[in-house]
Design a protein around this ligand. Structure first.
Ligand SMILES: Cc1cc2nc3c(=O)[nH]c(=O)nc-3n(C[C@H](O)[C@H](O)[C@H](O)COP(=O)(O)OP(=O)(O)OC[C@H]3O[C@@H](n4cnc5c(N)ncnc54)[C@H](O)[C@@H]3O)c2cc1C
Length: 496
């Protein structure tokens, strides 16, 4: 069955998660109508759903991403805070053991938004869908593109029908990022015509195959897999620590040739802590509830997270995932590219989540999409090629950061790190050490990790000079939690 033809100003976005909603927002106004096609039936508020299994793990949005989301949806940060999300100043509200020692808590230079992923998505989704030009077609799965190698003209969509014959609402999350969304039977397939189709279907994107079906060649792909496994658990913080508690993060040291093990404790809405423990190939945590605190105490480079959990109350079982491989499709390099089609978000490049960059890149890519359409004009020849090149820039920046570290983990790549990787890592390691005792260098590093600026800020003469001089203050011997923070979490102040 095919729909009556729609105006030439209809855009279709595949996937109604973070990247899809922001892309829809970016196109609204250029397109008279934007249809978001989402496989899940989306909940009204912040609730788990099957197509977003990563929502059970810690998520933070770095300020580079917050700026981009704000550009698209002015006032959304306030809305998030009203809903309980926290704006956490960096590195002021962070207790971080980096590869070269504890960072000091310098005055704010950047920030992160901390919230459960379901709350973040629900808040953004509500704002996007308030735009009457944006329609949601939920419970509908994109199954292929319509058109030819020269131009995409629409998308094939199958409505999912529940066992009882109705649209099948999701019953609970699955652990597969790319597997079937639910056990509902397939409904009829139809064609939704569009003047622009954007694929934002996440890690499980089938765009590469769809393009081949249209007669295009295979896309060049790269994977760097540190074998990272993620175990996360939700806790109710000790009563006195339910508001204003800092982020606590014990990072791995990728250069020591051993598996990397890390932990994050992120304070989120409703006085809860979401705690993620992870380890690369050979150093993975287990999925056992009983082993969670032990791993935090004994396997990380410092036991502080395990100690903090002693007085916190578990609110969930451990959620476990291995959907952490860095995977990039170089669509922007393809010799031929059809008109009217673009890919962004995790569908374009997905990163090791340890670095927390996927959300920010998706937001920056949506801004890049909007700017490309604004600059070159809706429907202009070659627009989708330009969009694809534009969205590759933020994706590439985060890719280099993630892969530059992950190549050091055993088994990540066939040949291990190159000489360039080693030289760069040695320099970044020196900067990490310097940052433990220099606020200025900590700020420069955070410029890059927050995705506010590119890595070139680390190569200015002042930074090079500071790296040569090294840290200006003596190293800290323990986590820089204040006596009040220790007491509020039921811990005693120790030496250091
Ligand atoms: C364990 C873990 C922790 C993470 N932590 C962080 C973090 O701290 N900070 C950060 O910035 N990023 C983090 N990320 C990355 C972040 O989750 C992703 O970058 C982000 O979700 C990407 O958004 P997306 O919209 O591209 O894809 P997704 O959020 O995966 O959404 C894809 C959507 O497409 C839908 N869909 C799929 N196929 C179809 C189809 N055929 N038709 C219609 N709809 C379809 C799905 O149902 C889903 O709604 C983490 C990832 C993981 C796995």
């Amino acid at each position: 069955m095919s729909e009556p033809s729609t105006p030439a100003r209809t855009a279709v976005v595949l996937g109604g998660s973070h990247a899809g909603m922001l892309a829809a927002r970016a196109l609204s106004g250029f397109a008279d109508r934007v249809v978001v096609i989402e496989r899940d039936v989306l909940p009204d508020g912040p609730a788990p759903r099957r197509g977003l299994p990563q929502a059970r793990h810690a998520h933070m949005l770095w300020s580079g991403g917050v700026r981009a989301v704000e550009e698209l949806l002015p006032g959304v940060t306030e809305a998030l805070r009203d809903a309980g999300a926290r704006r956490s100043p960096v590195t002021t509200d962070m207790v971080v053991m980096g590869p070269r020692g504890w960072f000091r808590r310098w005055p704010e230079s950047h920030h992160v938004i901390l919230a459960g992923r379901d709350l973040l998505d629900a808040t953004i989704r509500a704002r996007v869908l308030a735009d009457e030009r944006i329609e949601l077609l939920a419970g509908a799965e994109a199954t292929g593109l319509v058109g030819d190698a020269g131009a995409v003209t629409g998308v094939r969509v199958r409505t999912r029908v529940g066992r009882d014959g109705r649209d099948g609402p999701e019953t609970g999350p699955s652990d597969s990022a790319s597997g079937p969304a639910n056990d509902s039977a397939s409904g009829p397939e139809r064609i939704v015509p569009a003047a622009l189709v954007v694929d934002a279907t996440g890690r499980g994107s089938r765009a590469a195959g769809w393009l081949q079906d249209l007669g295009l060649p295979a896309v060049e792909r790269r994977e760097v897999d540190s074998g990272l496994a993620y175990a996360s658990r939700l806790y109710l913080a000790p009563e006195q620590a339910r508001s204003g508690y800092p982020i606590v993060n014990v990072q791995p040291d990728p250069r020591d040739g051993r598996p990397g093990r890390a932990g994050f404790l992120l304070p989120i809405e409703d006085g809860r802590w979401i705690v993620t423990l992870n380890g690369t190939r050979g150093g993975e945590p287990t999925a056992e509830n009983d082993d969670f605190v032990r791993f935090a105490r004994e396997e990380l480079r410092h036991p502080v997270i395990g100690e903090l959990l002693d007085r916190a109350e578990p609110l969930s079982d451990v959620s476990y995932t291995r959907a952490t491989v860095n995977r990039r499709s170089y669509y922007e390099r393809m010799a031929a590219w059809p008109e009217n089609f673009a890919v962004l978000g995790d569908a374009l490049a997905a990163y090791n989540p340890l670095y927390g960059h996927g959300l920010a890149v998706a937001a920056q890519s949506a801004v890049a999409l909007r700017e490309a359409v604004r600059r070159h004009g809706w429907g202009s020849a070659g627009l989708s090629r330009r969009v694809q090149r534009a969205v590759a820039r933020p994706a590439g920046a985060a890719w280099d950061l993630a892969v530059g570290q992950d190549v050091f983990y055993p088994g990540s790549t066939e040949n291990g790190p190159t000489l360039r990787d080693r030289l760069l890592a040695a320099y970044v390691g020196r900067l990490m050490l310097t940052a433990t005792g220099s606020g200025r260098i900590a700020r420069r590093l955070t410029d890059v990790t927050s995705l506010e600026r590119g890595p070139q800020v680390l190569l200015t003469p002042t930074v090079l000079l500071a790296a040569t001089a090294g840290p200006l203050k003596r190293p800290l011997t323990g986590p820089p939690l204040t006596p009040s923070e220790l007491e509020r979490a039921g811990l005693r102040a120790g030496p250091g």
